[in-house]
Design a protein around this ligand. Sequence first.
Ligand code: FES
Length: 166
Amino acid sequence: MSDRTNGLAMEPFPARLEDRIETILGRYPRTGSALVPILQLIQEDAGFVSVRAQEQVAARLRIPAAFVAGVVSFYTMIRDRKIGKYHLQVCGTLSCCLRGSEPLLDHLKDRLGIREGETSRDGKYTLSTVECLGSCGTAPVVQINDEYYEDMSPEKIEGVLEGLKD
Ligand code: FES
């Protein structure tokens, strides 16, 4: 199948995704409304949503590629590049900041040899700062992949890092 939409060639998605994309599209009366769920599906499959994949989605949903790119850049949980096996997200909002997230972040930078937004050379860690994770009562909080690690300190995060499998 080949079609052109928004000036972009509409390429099929891998077969393993096609049925799931059709199911998602079936839930919405307007195809554009399926954008975020489809981006989440692609990220679940590939680990991130490449520029090429964004263009494929735009063509499939018949919306501008710039709009898709805007959505990807707006939502921090949607990534446009490959990240490490472990994504360490340090909350930098007020409660966590008052309870030591900055020294915690500095410790992680030194320990992992990377700055915010970077991935370690071995592909194991990506370090990010994020806004409030909604767990202010147990600040400071670090989210690693889908898990929260609360009331963290440089000493405690060392134990957490040692428990992460290679
Ligand atoms: S300020 Fe860090 S979880 Fe709310």
